[in-house]
Design a protein around this ligand. Structure first.
Ligand code: PEP
Ligand code: MG
Length: 586
């Protein structure tokens, strides 16, 4: 019987259409019976267990080497932790002695022992040890798979192009997905600006997040269409639906190809107001996409990914080499390095930061760095040293008031002084900015402007704090409104205050890449837009199609409206007039 077509609606996270088979991440459930063995079989059972450990070890080393070659050894460190688990003599001896004593098959003894470890670790008070539970789980599954002889493809060994279905994706999952056979992904949870959505954009694959039921409605191997532009996932599509989406896919490809012609053109309005159109990157390897889109530099380099998928904290040399290489590759254009923004939905295991009730409002970003000057200074030293090799700026995340900003700048001065004493070169005139992503910072931006060289508005956070809407919670995603009058008023305040003090104001939150709002932001006077490379050409197309004078009128009108929905309607109407091709494809 033909399966029924089902349409699931979620939140569009990265545009485009992919058609293919579903691959459920972490869907494995092992059915293991309590298989009795005879005393005579003990020896061969123990030998089988040892063989499996060797095989699992080989698999882990293979993956570790592959990731290390492709992404650098720091990113492969997570697999060293996995190796430690299967090399643990206490665990191995316990399994062997239980096989001997209880006369049970290796797989069920192993499952029992792992269960005991996981139980014990989940209860300990140490956050670091608790986080090891997921390592033990991962390795445990691998060993069981080998013991049971059920070979299963994993993310690292995907041979076919697939669409990943998951409850959520961890930063280590998305890092592994880099360059793998993943053509789209969809998740149960998450919002438009969660780290998974941002990663999907930098991977340049369609993604839909926050579907809530995708892992329960989709089975491994189901045929799917993912429409990342409209946030739809179609399960078991009918022939006619497939044909429609194949046509849409072609149209989207043609639309993107048309936009390619803009790459070589400068980003200015019809009346020649020059706008800086920069790109956001998460990993140093994203620089290639920035270059191929011919961006005016990098407006946000999120350095926290550098701390992920590893057991230790990056050394000053590692930071320095990464920043230097990005600065050199992008030269003579510039890069703005954002100092560590740990926390929120970006947890970093090597730093042993405890989970909190309200992580977005907690010990994160600059607050963490000021409390851990050792970690902060290591990064600042590396940024300053790298500044000798290119056009490099830096900015602090999550500034909430001038005191914090002054403290951060004071530490920066200390680090500069240290380098001078050591006769280490750096750009003495390095420009320092503050991200404006907390309403208190926006409202006191007149004061903050005296302490920095530029502002970059982080709307992903600014919107969540202004509207009290958790940016990763799909249940309240309908309230996450970039066009809300409160958000626009704050943005206007920041731009006006920045300009009054003669500093430039950019935006690096996802809002900067939302073509519906480009005209309003332009009209509010934004100097720089920093977007994911995949949004950049749409933004450029609009900026080149409108005059600054007209954009100002649209912004002025928007500021008189009372609800986000009215502002969005106005913005869409204007977009249709100015760039109908864009309006049709978003
Ligand atoms: C933002 O908050 O808009 C931003 C750019 O930072 P992040 O998304 O990394 O929090
Ligand atoms: Mg932020």
């Amino acid at each position: 019987m033909k399966k029924k077509e089902v349409v699931l609606q979620g939140i569009p996270a990265a545009p485009g259409i992919s058609i293919g088979r579903a691959y459920l991440l972490d869907s494995e459930e092992f059915v293991i019976s309590r298989r009795k063995i005879t005393p005579k079989e003990v020896e061969s059972e123990v030998a089988k267990f040892n063989r499996c450990l060797v095989e699992t070890r080989r698999e882990l080393l293979d993956i570790k080497n592959k990731i290390s070659e492709e992404m650098g050894s720091e990113h492969a460190e997570i697999f060293s932790a996995h190796l430690l688990v299967i090399e643990d003599p206490v665990l191995i001896n316990e399994v062997i002695s239980k096989i001997e004593k209880e006369l049970l098959g290796a797989e069920c003894v192993f499952l029992d022992v792992m269960g005991k470890y996981i139980n014990a670790l989940s209860k300990v008070n140490d956050e670091y040890l608790r986080e090891r539970v997921s390592d033990i789980n991962d390795v445990g599954k691998r060993v069981l798979r080998n013991l049971l002889g059920t070979k299963k493809e994993t993310l690292e060994t995907l041979k076919e192009k697939v669409i990943i279905i998951a409850y959520d994706l961890s930063p280590s999952d998305t890092a592994i997905m880099h360059k793998r056979n993943v053509i789209a992904f969809t998740t149960d949870i998450g919002g438009k600006t969660s780290h998974t959505a941002i990663m999907a954009k930098s991977l340049e694959i369609p993604a839909v997040v926050g579907i809530e039921v995708v892992t329960s409605k989709v089975k491994n191997g189901d045929f799917l269409i993912v429409d990342g532009t409209h946030g739809k996932v179609i399960v078991n599509p009918r022939e006619a639906t497939i044909k429609k989406y194949e046509r849409d896919k072609k149209r989207f490809a043609a639309f993107e190809k048309n936009l390619d012609a803009l790459k070589e053109l400068p980003c200015h309005t019809l009346d020649r107001r020059r706008i800086v159109l920069a790109a956001n990157i998460e990993l140093p390897e994203d620089v290639s996409s920035v270059l191929s889109h011919n961006a005016d530099g990098i407006g946000l380099y999120r350095t926290e990914y550098f701390y992920m998928n590893r057991k230790d904290i990056p050394t000053e040399e590692e930071h320095y080499n990464a920043y230097k290489s990005v600065a050199e590759r992008i030269h003579p254009k510039g890069v703005i390095i954002r100092t560590l923004d740990l926390g929120g939905d970006k947890f970093l295991s090597p730093l042993h930061v405890p989970r909190e009730m309200n992580p977005f409002m907690g010990w994160r970003a600059i607050r963490f760095c000021l409390a851990r000057p050792d970690i902060f200074k290591t990064q600042l030293r590396a940024i300053l040293r790298a500044s000798a090799h290119g056009n490099l700026k830096m900015m602090y995340p999550m500034i909430s008031g001038v005191e914090e900003l002054r403290k951060a700048n004071a530490i920066l001065q200390e680090v500069k002084e240290e380098l001078r004493k050591e006769s280490i070169k750096f750009d003495e005139d390095i420009k320092v900015g503050a991200m404006i992503e907390v309403p208190s910072a926006a409202l006191t931006s007149d004061v903050l402007a005296d302490e920095v060289d530029f502002f970059s508005i982080g709307t992903n956070d600014l919107i969540q704090y202004t509207l009290a809407v958790d940016r990763v919670n799909e249940k309240i995603a309908y309230l996450y409104e970039p066009a809300h009058p409160a958000v626009l008023r704050l943005i206007k305040t920041v731009i006006d205050n920045g300009h009054a003090k003669n500093i430039w104001v950019g935006m690096c939150g996802e809002m900067a890449g939302d073509p519906i709002l480009t005209m309003i932001l332009l009209g509010l006077g934004l100097d720089e837009f920093s977007t994911s490379p995949i949004n950049m050409l749409e933004v450029k197309r609009i900026i080149r199609a409108v005059s600054y004078e007209d954009a100002k009128k649209v912004a002025e009108k928007a500021l008189t409206l009372s609800a986000g929905i009215e502002i969005e309607k106005l913005a869409r109407e204007k977009l249709k007039e100015v760039a109908p091709d864009i309006a049709m494809n978003i």
